[in-house]
Each structure stands twice: as structure tokens, then as C-alpha cells.
Design a protein around this ligand. Structure first.
Ligand code: FAS
Ligand code: PHB
Length: 390
């Protein structure tokens, strides 16, 4: 087999890259080790920055999102039993966010690829990346009981944090930066209309909670828990009780409903620099991870592949390597802006387990300043909608 670009991973990064390249007549092969059903139902992100929406429109996969996505112009910060709106669009010259589940983005991308009969292989095994410093890298893998070899000009490592591409880079090349948090998120998907028109990020003495949604009939809610939390010890009733306690404000009730899915997501910050080596280019979670508090993970992945697609179009179109050689540098500014914002939101909203009253007072002071000061609110808003200068 031979292609221009071998893309490892059919998550949002790999799939969006394949669609963008196809729009410019550049062929690629996408290799995914899970099944189509698995990747289409893996519940993850829900917030798309305006820039991400525009990129998906450029990739030609935004029609259903345009019909079904929920456009939001603000979020709510809650603390000390008060709820305050941050008017995102008013503070950023009209920028907005769209609530549209990552599962739906992935379904739209897969459908677009398969409808055109373009190569997207699911359930591949034992992927190996070789000769990444030559002008002819090779990707080998098992599929349908046979070993295959894919020759290519470039390998795009879009295989997430636990993939094989980052680890194909020799020891000593990468510098990694990491931060573990003593928190995780217990998330539920519930068949009940959201009890708020906009997202609610709630700081409380019992810990953080987030009210989000997927549609007018589907709620997505999270609560801060310990990393080792056992979901089996969280029956639906206990989850709803805890969400009531953390999100409740006078005169407002959280509607309950059937829980369709629940799970615990660990929280970490991670960056690998540089995001390229030889003819291998890393994008998305393969290169960096952020805690979900800032709703940046998916958006950062899409930003990476937008830059990578632009660089590959230039390389294959003109032979120029300028954009490819500066790919990592052009990504990392926004990566670190998102890392900082995600760490800042997480630190401001999540209560430590040690009951440190001083830290709790600092958090409330930061929250109160953020909603009271137009300058502070604007800083949060431009980071949240993705227009902050890196
Ligand atoms: P992905 O991990 O999505 O995709 C990588 C793909 O590569 C996967 O399909 C994987 O199966 C495949 N793969 C891995 N190894 C392979 C191999 N050896 N060969 C072939 N394929 C391989 N972000 C938010 O903004 N908000 C959230 O609420 C949020 N919640 C999250 C919850 C969880 C449990 C996780 C893990 C992440 C969450 N994220 C969230 C972040 C998430 O949305 C990621 O940022 C986003 O999926 C990144 O997309 P990709 O880089 O494409 O990586
Ligand atoms: C979600 O809807 O899944 C979501 C929204 C905002 C976040 C994280 C997750 O910060």
C-alpha cells in the first residue's frame, strides 16, 4: 500500500486532518485500532470554539452540526450560593461556542470519509512506525488476519495519549512536561432536559460540579471526585444527590432523569516537545493533554491539525518545507496558552481534599473578581472561546 500521508488514529484529530487533506487532493490512509462503533460512542468533549466550527466547515462536515449544535453566548460561574453569568460574546466582539458532542463530530467525519470510499481501516492491530527520519517512512499493521505495510511520505501521529507514535520517537529527543491532579471527574449522560440554558461551573464546599448538555433533551453533568473513585459505589441516586448539593442555589432545582452512561475520567496536564521528529508529526492528545475544566482538549486537537493540513498542502503543492519545519513551534504557543487556562480553571474551581480554608477563600476571591471585573471576565472569556493571544 502507498499513500501521501499515513494517519494513525481516527479520533477528531486524525479524521479532521484526513478530510482537510482530501479537500486539497492529498491522499491519506487512516488507521484506527478500535471498532467504528467504539469510536463513535466514546463520550468525551462537548464544547466547540468558533475556530473549531470554522475548521469543520472547511473540512465539509459541519452541516448536521449547523442544524443540531447549540450556539451559546455565555457561561455561568457559581460560588457561595450565587450564580453569575460571564457574557462570552459581549466580551469577545461576538465570538460564541457551539455545544455539539465529540461523538457527533466523529460520526460526521467518519461518514464523510466512508461516503467517498476513502481508506479508513478500523480494528487494525500492532501498528508500528518505522524509518520516520527517511524520506520514505513506513507503517506496518495487522488487519483482517494479515500483516500490511504502508509506504508514505509523512506520518501524522493522531493516536492519542496512549498511542504508539509519540513512543516511536527515540529517547532523548522529547522533553515532556506533566502535572497530575488529585481530582477526577465523574460524568453522567442523562435523558433529561438541561436545567440551565447555559453551562454552569460550580465551586462548592463539597467540590466542583459542572452542568452541561448535548441537546434540549440530553444533559451532561460532572462532579469532582477522587482519581481512584469506583463508579460501582456511585449509584444514580447518590450522583443526583451530590449534584443537587453542589449545583443547588435558592429558587432553582436540578431536574433528574434516567442516567444513560456514567464514568470516571482522570485528570492530567501533559505536553511533549517538539511535536515533530523527521517525517512524523504529532497532533492532539498524542502530543498534549489538558484537564477538561477549560473545554480545550478537542479544540486544541483541531487547531493542531488545521496547522498541519496547511503545512502539508504547502509541502505537497510547492515542495516548500517552511510550514512543516515550523509546525511544532506554531502549535506550541496555543498549546501552552490552553495548558495554562485549563490549569487555572481547574485550580480555581476544584477544592483540595485537605480542607485548606485559606485556599478555599483564595478560590472564592478569584471567582468574585472574575465576575466583577470586566478585565478579568474578558480574560476568561477570550480564553474560553479561543480568541486569546498565545
Ligand atoms: P483521541 O484520543 O480522541 O483519538 C485517538 C484515536 O487513536 C482513538 O480513536 C484511539 O482508539 C486511536 N489509537 C490509539 N492508539 C492507536 C494505535 N496504536 N493504532 C491505531 N489507532 C490508535 N476534552 C474536552 O474538551 N472536554 C471534555 O469534556 C473531555 N472529556 C474527555 C473524557 C475522556 C475520558 C478523555 C480520554 C478525554 C476527554 N477530553 C475532553 C479530551 C478529548 O476530547 C481529547 O482532547 C480529544 O479526543 C483529542 O482528540 P485526538 O487527539 O483525536 O485523540
Ligand atoms: C461537556 O459538555 O462534556 C463539557 C463542557 C465543558 C467542559 C468540559 C466538558 O469544560
Amino acid at each position: 500500500m502507498r499513500t501521501r500521508v499515513a494517519i494513525i488514529g481516527a479520533g477528531p484529530a486524525g479524521l479532521t486532518l484526513s478530510c482537510l487533506l482530501e479537500r486539497h487532493g492529498i491522499d491519506s490512509v487512516v488507521l484506527e485500532n478500535k471498532s467504528r462503533d467504539y469510536v463513535e460512542h466514546r463520550i468525551r468533549a462537548g464544547v466547540l470554539e468558533q475556530g473549531s466550527v470554522e475548521l469543520l466547515e472547511e473540512a465539509g462536515v459541519a452541516d448536521r452540526m449547523g442544524r443540531e449544535g447549540l450556539v451559546h453566548h455565555g457561561i455561568e460561574l457559581q460560588f457561595d450560593g450565587e450564580r453569575h453569568r460571564v457574557p462570552l460574546s459581549d466580551l469577545t466582539g461576538g465570538a460564541s461556542i457551539v455545544i455539539y458532542g465529540q461523538t457527533e463530530v466523529v460520526k460526521d467525519l467518519i461518514a464523510a470519509r466512508l461516503d467517498k470510499g476513502l481508506p479508513l481501516l478500523f480494528e487494525v492491530d500492532d501498528v508500528a512506525v518505522d524509518d520516520i527520519c527517511s524520506i520514505q517512512p513506513r507503517v506496518s499493521f495487522e488487519h483482517d488476519g494479515r500483516r500490511h505495510e504502508l509506504e508514505c511520505d509523512v506520518v501524522a501521529g493522531c493516536d492519542g495519549f496512549h498511542g504508539v507514535c509519540r513512543t516511536a520517537i527515540p529517547d532523548g529527543v522529547l522533553t515532556t512536561y506533566t502535572r497530575e491532579y488529585p481530582f477526577a471527574w465523574l460524568g453522567i449522560l442523562a435523558a433529561v432536559a438541561p436545567s440551565s440554558d447555559e453551562l454552569v461551573y460550580a465551586h462548592s464546599r463539597r467540590g466542583f460540579a459542572l452542568l452541561s448538555m448535548r441537546s434540549p433533551q440530553l444533559s451532561r453533568l460532572y462532579l469532582q471526585c477522587r482519581p481512584e473513585a469506583d463508579i460501582a459505589l456511585w449509584p444514580d441516586e447518590r450522583i443526583w444527590d451530590e449534584l443537587d448539593l453542589r449545583l443547588g442555589v435558592p429558587g432553582w432545582d436540578l431536574a433528574h432523569g434516567p442516567v444513560l452512561e456514567k464514568g470516571v475520567t482522570p485528570m492530567r496536564s501533559f505536553v511533549a516537545e517538539p511535536m515533530q521528529y523527521g517525517r512524523l508529526y504529532l497532533a492532539g492528545d498524542a502530543a498534549h493533554i489538558v484537564p477538561p475544566t477549560g473545554a480545550k482538549g478537542l479544540n486544541l486537537a483541531l487547531h493542531d491539525v488545521g496547522l498541519l493540513a496547511e503545512a502539508l498542502v504547502s509541502f505537497f503543492g510547492t515542495g516548500s518545507r517552511t510550514l512543516l519545519d515550523s509546525y511544532s513551534w506554531r502549535c506550541l504557543g496555543r498549546v501552552w496558552r490552553s495548558e495554562h487556562f485549563s490549569w487555572w480553571m481547574t485550580s480555581m474551581l476544584h477544592l483540595g481534599w485537605d480542607g485548606d480554608k485559606y485556599e478555599e477563600k483564595l478560590q472564592v476571591a478569584q471567582l468574585r473578581y472574575t465576575v466583577a471585573s470586566p478585565a478579568a471576565a474578558t480574560s476568561l472569556a477570550e480564553n474560553y472561546v479561543g480568541t486569546a493571544k498565545a
